[in-house]
Design a protein around this ligand. Structure first.
Ligand code: AP5
Length: 236
C-alpha cells in the first residue's frame, strides 16, 4: 500500500531530499500525481487519507475515532493526524525525502510540519498547488474508483480500467470510496474552503507555493510538476 515503508536498493541519480506537499481540493489529482512523483524519486508517498483509512480497516482506536468524521466529510482533528505524521516521517525510509498528499490541511498542521522538518534537518518544502474548476472536480470525484488491493486510482469517465471493475495491475476489485458519494462531496468541499484553502496564502507568503494547472491530462500535469520542481529546487 501507499503508506508502507520503501527502501529500494538502487537510488535514483537525482535525490529529492526534502518534503514535497500536494495542496488542492478533493479530486484535484493530488493522489494521482503524488504517487508518480514518489515513485520517480523512490521516496514514500505519505497520504494522511490512506493512513486514516488503514487505521479504520484495522479497527484501531484512532480509526474508530476518525471513521464517523470522515464519513461526514469533515476533517479529522489535528491532534490525531499530527501523531500519525510525526511517527511516520521518523521511519528510515523517509531519510531521502517524502511526498505528502492531503497533509497539511490546516494552518496549525502546516506550522507543526514546519517545526518538524526543521527539527529533522530538512530543507524548506516545495508546495505544489493543483488548480482545477468545480465541474471537473465533481466529475473526477464521482467517477473515481480505487483498487482494494494496491490502492491504484482509476476514473470511470477519464481513466477507465481495461476490464470493468478490475485493476489493470493486479486484477483487484475496484470500489468507490464511501466519502465519494454525492451527498458527502459538498461537506468535503466546504471543509476545504474553510480550513485548507487558507494554506494557499500561508505558503505563498513563505515563497514556497507553485501553481499548476491541474485541469489538463494526467501526463500534462505530471510534466508541469517536473518542470516546476526543477525550477524550485534550484532556488530553495
Ligand atoms: P483524502 O484521502 O486526502 O481525500 P481528498 O483530499 O478529499 O482528496 P481526494 O483523495 O478525494 O482527491 P485527490 O486530489 O487525491 O485526487 P485523485 O488523484 O484521487 O482525505 C479523505 C478524508 O480523510 C478527509 O475528508 C478527512 O476527513 C481525512 N483527512 C485526510 N487527511 C487529513 C488531514 N491532514 N487532516 C484532517 N483530516 C484529514 O484523483 C481524483 C480522480 O480524478 C481519480 O479518479 C483520478 O483518476 C482522476 N484524475 C486525477 N487527475 C486527473 C487528470 N489530470 N485528468 C483526468 N482525471 C484525473
Amino acid at each position: 500500500m501507499a503508506t508502507s515503508p520503501v527502501e529500494p536498493v538502487n537510488r535514483p541519480a537525482e535525490e529529492l531530499n526534502r518534503a514535497v506537499i500536494f495542496l488542492g481540493p478533493p479530486g484535484a489529482g493530488k493522489g494521482t500525481q503524488a504517487k508518480k512523483l514518489a515513485a520517480k524519486y523512490a521516496v514514500p508517498h505519505l497520504s494522511t487519507g490512506d493512513m486514516l483509512r488503514e487505521h479504520i480497516a484495522n479497527g484501531t482506536t484512532l480509526g474508530e475515532k476518525a471513521k464517523p468524521i470522515m464519513e461526514r466529510g469533515e476533517l479529522v482533528p489535528d491532534s490525531l493526524v499530527l501523531k500519525i505524521v510525526a511517527h511516520r516521517i521518523e521511519q528510515p525510509d523517509c531519510s531521502h525525502g517524502f511526498v505528502f498528499d492531503g497533509f497539511p490541511r490546516t494552518v496549525a498542521q502546516a506550522q507543526y510540519l514546519g517545526e518538524l522538518l526543521k527539527q529533522h534537518g530538512y530543507r524548506r518544502p516545495i508546495v505544489i498547488h493543483l488548480l482545477v474548476d468545480m465541474t471537473l472536480i465533481l466529475r473526477r470525484i464521482t467517477g473515481r474508483r480505487m483498487c482494494k488491493t494496491d490502492g491504484e486510482i482509476y476514473n470511470i469517465f477519464e481513466r477507465p480500467p481495461k476490464v470493468d471493475g478490475c485493476c489493470d495491475t493486479d486484477g483487484g476489485e475496484l470500489v468507490q470510496r464511501p466519502d465519494d458519494r454525492e451527498e458527502i462531496v459538498g461537506p468535503r468541499l466546504r471543509a476545504y474552503e474553510k480550513q485548507t484553502a487558507p494554506l494557499v496564502a500561508y505558503y505563498r507568503r513563505l515563497g514556497l507555493l507553485h501553481d499548476v494547472d491541474a485541469s489538463k491530462s494526467v501526463e500534462d500535469v505530471e510534466q508541469q510538476i517536473t518542470q516546476t520542481l526543477q525550477q524550485a529546487r534550484g532556488r530553495l
